[in-house]
Write a protein that binds this ligand. Structure first.
Ligand SMILES: Nc1nc2c(ncn2[C@@H]2O[C@H](COP(=O)(O)OP(=O)(O)OP(=O)(O)O)[C@@H](O)[C@H]2O)c(=O)[nH]1
Ligand SMILES: [Mg+2]
Length: 166
């Protein structure tokens, strides 16, 4: 899988999304330092909110294959300046989180992410699981087997992987 770094303000749902992507049981956990899991680099919201700490995000992005900017669908404003994706030397995608919320305004959040420069924007709910599969498909690399692959597809992916290793 591609390694993805999650960036977004505190409480936008980065850690919960990381848990949903890993298929873990969801539990609340405030992030106080950068966490590396298999394919996700989870960052504290304060790093996106504070200019000085924000520099650390630039350094961690070098370890990622893709950077994801997150906005939760109920947020009343966006932290991300227009065209900010241009400062990254990695592809940058947008993720609208918490789309299950009754107050969610998904198109407003997507508009902010597009203004920030994201060409591709995903809509997800870590609670209901909606949209998670599209993100996993985006992160898929040759040889990766996902839970919904049929036995034949899984075999095909394994063959791709063994050919690449030879
Ligand atoms: N309704 C709804 N709530 C969510 C969803 N994802 C996260 N939340 C809630 O949003 C709150 C913040 O989630 P976190 O994943 O801890 O947010 P974070 O971005 O990691 O926050 P920091 O670690 O402080 O930067 C928690 O109360 C979650 O339960 C979702 O998909 N739907
Ligand atoms: Mg967190």
């Amino acid at each position: 899988m591609k390694k993805m770094m999650l960036v977004g303000r505190s409480e936008c749902g980065k850690t919960t999304l990381r848990q949903a992507l890993n298929g873990n049981t969801i539990h609340y956990h405030k992030t106080q330092y950068i966490n590396h899991y298999d394919v996700i680099i989870d960052t504290p919201g304060e790093y996106a909110e504070n200019g000085r700490l924000g520099r650390a995000l630039a350094l961690y992005s070098y370890e990622a294959d893709v950077v994801a900017l997150l906005i939760n669908a109920t947020e009343p404003y966006s932290l991300f300046p227009p065209c900010v994706t241009a400062v990254s030397c990695r592809p940058v995608i947008g993720i609208v989180t918490q789309i299950d919320e009754p107050e969610a305004d998904v198109s407003r959040a997507e508009g902010w992410l597009r203004l920030a420069g994201c060409k591709e924007v995903f809509h997800v709910s870590s609670y209901t699981g909606e949209g998670i599969w599209k993100l996993l498909e985006y992160l898929r690399e040759p040889g990766d087997v996902l839970p919904w692959d049929s036995a034949a597809e899984a075999e095909q992916q394994r063959e791709v992987l063994s050919t690449r290793r030879q």
